[in-house]
Design a protein. Structure first.
Length: 236
């Protein structure tokens, strides 16, 4: 599908809306021990601490709004003649709120909960705790944020790799290029013959893997690039 586009978005996209980043200087991992709050072992050892951490992340959703990048990508999905698949590493809901529909949250969603006892998923915007019973099985003690922790497999990888193998254009936006397996997506798309593009605030760690790179704030460079695609100035 030469006119199909796969887009990967990372923390740099939501940062411009005020969402805390994880890896940047002063980011979340500089203030928390990731082994304690973002691993299955950490959850088993201290579920109260993990719930407090993610309750804070979840409460932030009501304080932020989609920015120009989110709206531009939703517009591209609506107006581009081919398929546009948006794959995000972000666990917020800003892409959805901007109007994106063909979307994969490869690292899960903070506004959903997962029951470790019955594997049921549900929308969840209230605080979670170890005492909350699962709406499906009724058991308490198994509810956790529906996010992918370190050591767990990202979601829908088979669908992502299938799309990368068929797309004509791959665009990476607001990512460091250091988190795997997402950092390898550009190589997968390139092997399939796709034109690969980096739109990032600054060059990423895997910048040399891209055919084209434009650096600057995502809220500026992404709408400009979307406009070029929709005008036909860039083949996709």
């Amino acid at each position: 599908m030469p006119n199909a586009i796969v887009i990967l978005t990372g923390a740099g996209v939501s940062a411009e809306s005020g969402v805390d980043t994880f890896r940047d200087t002063g980011g979340i991992w500089s203030r928390y021990n990731l082994e304690e709050v973002a691993t299955p072992e950490g959850f088993s050892a201290n579920p109260t601490l993990v719930h407090e951490f993610y309750n804070g992340r979840r409460s932030q959703l009501s304080q932020v709004e989609p920015n120009a990048t989110h709206f531009a990508l939703a517009r591209l999905e609506r107006e581009h003649e081919g398929e546009v698949l948006l794959v995000t590493q972000n666990i917020d809901d800003l892409h959805e709120r901007a109007g994106s529909k063909n979307l994969i949250h490869m690292h899960g969603e903070i506004a959903k909960a997962l029951c470790a006892k019955c594997d049921a998923r549900c929308e969840w915007r209230e605080p979670l705790s170890a005492k909350v019973p699962c709406p499906s099985c009724g058991e308490a003690g198994g509810m956790r944020p529906d996010v992918v922790w370190f050591g767990e497999m990202p979601y829908q990888m088979e669908r992502i790799y299938e799309a990368l193998g068929q797309c004509g254009v791959f665009i990476s936006i607001g990512t460091s290029g250091s988190v795997y397996p997402a950092a390898q997506f550009v190589q997968e798309a390139a092997r399939a013959g796709a034109h690969t593009v980096e739109l990032n605030l600054e060059p990423s760690e895997n910048r040399l893997d891209f055919d084209e790179a434009i650096h600057g704030p995502a809220s500026r460079v992404v709408p400009e690039y979307v406009e070029l695609i929709l005008k036909g100035d860039i083949s996709a």
